[in-house]
Design a binder for this molecule. Structure first.
Ligand code: ADP
Ligand code: ADP
Ligand code: ZN
Ligand code: ZN
Length: 794
C-alpha cells in the first residue's frame, strides 16, 4: 500500500519522503517509506544503511525537535547541522533504540534504567514495615531526545520535606555513594618502590621525567626524587599518591602539582575505557580493581532502607531476584488483596515486569549493573521503556535488534516489533538476519557494494519481490549453509570442571582445541558465563578474547590510531625526513596552530547558536602546513590518512613506502572485511559492525593460541558471513583453536563441534544440554538449537 513514484506533498500523511540524500556515501538517494509500517533496511556493511536511517532521517527528526525547545534549553543540547538532503517530508518524532551500552555510571542498573526501581521505591515507602516514609516525588517526562541519538527519560524530581529513605539520594549508601562498589588502586602497578623517582620508579604510562612532569616532581618540594620510594615518610608518600591539585611556583613559573591517584582519576578514569589508547587501557585494567562496597554489600542502600520489608522481602532482595520470579511475587501480592490501596501501582509494576519477560530478558535481575549488559541486552532494555509508552505515530529506529538473540528468541522479538507497529508507529529496522527481514512490510536494500561502491538503493519492495531481485541481499536471502560432511578432529581438549559463574550449575565440559567450536543456547543460558568465566581464563592457554563492547572513540581517534598502525608509519616518516615522529601527529607537534589539530573551529557564539566550521588554515586536514613538506614514497601524512585500507595495504607493503609493521595490521583489516574504510575516519562515525571488526582486526593480530569470539557475525551481511567463515577456517588451519559464541545458523552448521547450553535462561539454564558435531545436534533434536538448526538446513 505504498505509493511509489508519487511525489505529491499530500502524501506526507502516509509516507516519509526523502529526496536527494547525500550524507557520507549516499548518492542522491530518493526513497518513500510507508508510515505505520515496518520497513527493514538491508545491504552489506558500509553500503549506507546508517547514513540513510540514522544520519539523515532520525537526525533530521531530532534536529527539528530540538528547535522546538526554547533557546535556553537548546543551549544544553549539542548543536546539529541539517543533514545533507534536499527534501524530507512526513517525519514524525524519531526514537532511536540502538546498541550503545547503557551508561557506564556504576549507579545505573537495569532497574534504574527502566522505571522499575522508581515503582519499587514507591511501593516500599507505602507498604514497607517498618515504615520509613514516602519517597521523593517523581514525574517522568517521556522521551526527551538528546542530539547524539540516545533517548533519555528524565526524572524531574520535586523536593518534598519529608523523610526520604527510598529516594534517589536519601536511601543511598554513604560509603559508596550508591555505586555499590569501591575502587582500589594496586600501587605496585604505579611504581617500583625500590627505585627513586629520578631512577624511573614511576611506571605509569605517560609519566616522563624529561618534560613538565619531571620538573614539577623535582621542584614541588614534597619529597626527594633521589630517595627510593620505600624510604619515603608517610607524609611524603601521601603527598606523592593523594595530594589534590595544588598551585606552586617552580623556577618562577606557575605550575600545578597533583598526586598520582588524583592525576590518574582525572586523566584516565574520566575517559571511556574504549576511548583509551591500548597501552593506557592495559594499565588501567592492571592497576585498578573495583570491589563490592563493604558497608552496603553492594545493595547501594542505607541500613534503614535495607531493613524495611513488604511481604517478607526487602527492596534489595526484590531487586536481586530474577525478574521472572519477581513478576510472580508481584502477582501473588496483587492476588492476596493485602495491598488493595496500592493496586494501580502494582498493576504498573506487573505490566513493566511482564514486558521484560515478553522480550526475553526475564532472566535478568533489576540490580544488574547496566554496564554489564551486552549491546543486545541494553537495546532490549531500552525497548521496554517504549512498549509501555502512550506515544503513537512515533518513528522507532532499530539497529540490528537480533544481535545476541538465539533463533528461538528472535520470534519473540519480532512479535514486539510488530506490536509497536500495530500501536500506530512507524518502525525502521536495520537488519541482516533473514528471520527479521521476513517480517518486513517493506524492504529497502542499499548497495551495490560498500563505501564509494555503495550508497544507492538497489531494491525497494516486498520480501517476496526481494527474493527474485538480482542484488546481493536478494541472492543470499535463502542461502542455506549445509552441515559439513567431514569435521576436523580436535588436537586436544580443554577440560572445564565445576564451572559455576553466574547461573552455571557446576558445569563439566570438554572444549575441543585445534578446531572451530561453536557455543550456542538462548540468550541468558550461560554462554558468556562459561566462555568468559572459564575458557578465557584457562591457565596455560594463550587466549585472545574479542568481546562485543563497542569502541567509543574520542573525536580524535580513528582506525589508524586505534589499531596502532600509525605509530610505525610516523616513525618511517620521521626516519625518511630526519625529523621527530611527533611532527606527524595532529594531537602533538604536527597540529595545525589555528585549530590545534581538531580540523574544525567553534564559532565562539553563545551555546545556543554554537556550531563548528571547518578550519580555514588547514582546510580540515588537522596538520600544520610545515608537516606537508615531508613525504614518504611521495605521500604526505594527510594523504595517508585519506587512503582506504586496501590501498594503504598495498602502499605500505612494498617499495619506498614499505612499513611492514603497518602492512601487517592493514592486511588484518582487509581480512575482516574493511578494505573500504579510510584510515583517518573518526571512530565515532563507524557503524556498529565496522567498529566491532576494527576491534577484531586488532585482537587477531595478537599471537594467541585460542581465539574466543563473541558473535562476530553481528553487523555482517549474509554475503560477508562466508568471508568471515573463511577467516575462521584459516585461523584453525594455521593451528589455532577458535571458540565462537554464535546465533547465526550458517556458523553453527559450519562448526566442527557444538556446545549447546540451556535448556532455558537464568536459573532455568546453566547446563550443557548437548555436545557433539552439528550433524549429531540435528539428528539428536532434543534441544531448541537442534530443532531450529534442523529446520534451517532443511
Ligand atoms: P552501513 O550502515 O550500511 O554499514 P554506513 O552508512 O555506516 O553503512 O556507512 C556508509 C559509508 O560511509 C561507509 O564507507 C562508512 O565508512 C562511511 N561513513 C559513515 N559515517 C561516516 C562519517 N561520519 N564520515 C565519513 N564517512 C562515514
Ligand atoms: P548468554 O551468554 O547465554 O546470553 P550469560 O552468560 O550472559 O548468558 O548469562 C547467564 C546468566 O548469568 C543470566 O541469568 C545473566 O543474567 C547472568 N549474568 C551474566 N552476567 C552477569 C553479571 N555480570 N552479573 C550478574 N549476573 C550475570
Ligand atoms: Zn555502599
Ligand atoms: Zn586547522
Amino acid at each position: 500500500d505504498t505509493a511509489p513514484g508519487s511525489a505529491h506533498p499530500a502524501d506526507s500523511h502516509d509516507t516519509i519522503r526523502v529526496v536527494g540524500a547525500r550524507e557520507n556515501n549516499l548518492r542522491d538517494v530518493a526513497v518513500e517509506l510507508p508510515k505505520r509500517r515496518l520497513t527493514v533496511f538491508t545491504g552489506v556493511s558500509g553500503s549506507g544503511k546508517s547514513s540513510l536511517v540514522f544520519a539523515t532521517i532520525a537526525a533530521e527528526s531530532q534536529r527539528m525537535i530540538n528547535e522546538t525547545y526554547s533557546s535556553f534549553v537548546q543551549g544544553f543540547m549539542p548543536s546539529m547541522a541539517r543533514p545533507d538532503v534536499d527534501v524530507l517530508e512526513g517525519l514524525t518524532t524519531a526514537i532511536i533504540v540502538d546498541q550503545e551500552r547503557l551508561g557506564a555510571d556504576p549507579r545505573s542498573t537495569v532497574g534504574t534504567a527502566t522505571d522499575a526501581n522508581a515503582l519499587l521505591r514507591i511501593l516500599f515507602s507505602r507498604l514497607g514495615d517498618p515504615h520509613v516514609g514516602p519517597p521523593q516525588a517523581y514525574s517522568f517526562n517521556v522521551a526527551s531526545v538528546s542530539g547524539a541519538g540516545a533517548v533519555t527519560t528524565t526524572k524531574a524530581g520535586r523536593e518534598v520535606k519529608e523523610r526520604r529513605a527510598f529516594s534517589v539520594t536519601g536511601g543511598q549508601c554513604p560509603r559508596c555513594e550508591g555505586r555499590g562498589s569501591v575502587s582500589d588502586f594496586d600501587l605496585t602497578a604505579l611504581y617500583d618502590e625500590n627505585l627513586s623517582i629520578n631512577d624511573g620508579a614511576l611506571t605509569i604510562p605517560g609519566y616522563s621525567m624529561e618534560g613538565w612532569q619531571g620538573r614539577i616532581l623535582r621542584g614541588c618540594g614534597y619529597f626527594d626524587c633521589d630517595t627510593p620510594i620505600k624510604d619515603f615518610t608517610k607524609k611524603q608518600l601521601d603527598d606523592l599518591l593523594h595530594r589534590e591539585a595544588t598551585k606552586l611556583k617552580i623556577d618562577g613559573i606557575n605550575l600545578t602539582y597533583a598526586g598520582l591517584l588524583p592525576t590518574i582519576r582525572k586523566s584516565m578514569l574520566a575517559k571511556d575505557r574504549e576511548a583509551m589508547q591500548p597501552h593506557i587501557r592495559a594499565f588501567v585494567d592492571r592497576a585498578i580493581a573495583f570491589t563490592t562496597c563493604p558497608e552496603c554489600e553492594g545493595t547501594r542502600l542505607t541500613e534503614a532502607a535495607r531493613a524495611s520489608k513488604v511481604a517478607g522481602l526487602s527492596i534489595a532482595e526484590a531487586c536481586a531476584m530474577q525478574i521472572t520470579d519477581l513478576a510472580g511475587w508481584v502477582a501473588d501480592l496483587r492476588a492476596s488483596g493485602e495491598a488493595a490501596g496500592a493496586a494501580p501501582l502494582l498493576g504498573s509494576l506487573a505490566h513493566l515486569l511482564d514486558s521484560f519477560v515478553a522480550i526475553g530478558l526475564g532472566y535478568l535481575s533489576l540490580d544488574r549493573p547496566s554496564g554489564t549488559l551486552s549491546g543486545g541486552e541494553a537495546q532490549r532494555t531500552r525497548m521496554i521503556r517504549h512498549l509501555g509508552s502512550a506515544l503513537t505515530d512515533v518513528t522507532y529506529v532499530f539497529d540490528e535488534p537480533s544481535t545476541g538473540l538465539h533463533p528461538h528468541d528472535i520470534d519473540r522479538m519480532n512479535d514486539l516489533l510488530q506490536r509497536l507497529r500495530d500501536l500506530g508507529n512507524t518502525v525502521l529496522v536495520v537488519e541482516h538476519k533473514p528471520e527479521v527481514i521476513a517480517i518486513a512490510d517493506h524492504v529497502v536494500d542499499l548497495g551495490p557494494g560498500a563505501g564509494s561502491a555503495g550508497g544507492e538503493i538497489v531494491f525497494e519492495g516486498t520480501v517476496e519481490a526481494l527474493r527474485d531481485a538480482d542484488t546481493l541481499t536478494g541472492r543470499h536471502l535463502d542461502d542455506r549453509a549445509a552441515l559439513k560432511s567431514t569435521v576436523r578432529t580436535p588436537s586436544s581438549w580443554l577440560e572445564v570442571r565445576g564451572a559455576s559463574a553466574n547461573n552455571l550449575r557446576e558445569v563439566d565440559v570438554d572444549v575441543p582445541l585445534g578446531v572451530l567450536c561453536v557455543v550456542t543456547g538462548v540468550a541468558g543460558s550461560g554462554k558468556s558465563s562459561l566462555i568468559h568465566g572459564s575458557v578465557a581464563k584457562a591457565p596455560g592457554q594463550d587466549v585472545v578474547v574479542v568481546d562485543q563492547s563497542a569502541i567509543k572513540g574520542s573525536r580524535r581517534s580513528n582506525p589508524a590510531t586505534y589499531t596502532g598502525l600509525l605509530e610505525p608509519i610516523r616513525k618511517a616518516f620521521a626516519k625518511a625526513n630526519g625529523v621527530k615522529p611527533a611532527l606527524f601527529s595532529a594531537n602533538s607537534e604536527g597540529a595545525c596552530p589555528t585549530c590545534n589539530g581538531a580540523g574544525v573551529i567553534d564559532n565562539g557564539l553563545p551555546l545556543a547558536q554554537a556550531s563548528s566550521v571547518t578550519c580555514e588554515t588547514c582546510e580540515g586536514r588537522r596538520f600544520s602546513e610545515d608537516v606537508l613538506q615531508y613525504t614518504l614514497g611521495g605521500r604526505t601524512i594527510v594523504d595517508v590518512l585519506a587512503m582506504p585500507v586496501a590501498e594503504a595495504a598495498d602502499f605500505f607493503s612494498a617499495g619506498e613506502g614499505k612499513v611492514p609493521a603497518a602492512a601487517k595490521i592493514l592486511a588484518r583489516l582487509v581480512d575482516v572485511g574493511l578494505p573500504y574504510l579510510t584510515l583517518g575516519q573518526p571512530l565515532s562515525t563507524l557503524s556498529g559492525g565496522e567498529r566491532q571488526r576494527v576491534k577484531l582486526a586488532v585482537q587477531m593480530a595478537d599471537d594467541g593460541g585460542v581465539y574466543v569470539l563473541d558473535e562476530p557475525t553481528a553487523g555482517l551481511h549474509l554475503a560477508d558471513v562466508e568471508t568471515l567463515l573463511g577467516l575462521l577456517d584459516r585461523l584453525v588451519d594455521a593451528g589455532k583453536s577458535v571458540v565462537v559464541i554464535e546465533h547465526h545458523q550458517a556458523v553453527m552448521a559450519h562448526a566442527d563441534w557444538v556446545i549447546d547450553l540451556g535448556p532455558g535462561a537464568g536459573h532455568d539454564g546453566g547446563q550443557v544440554v548437548f555436545t557433539g558435531t552439528p550433524a549429531d545436534l540435528v539428528a539428536d533434536g532434543s534441544t531448541l538449537t537442534g530443532r531450529h538448526l534442523a529446520a534451517y538446513v532443511g
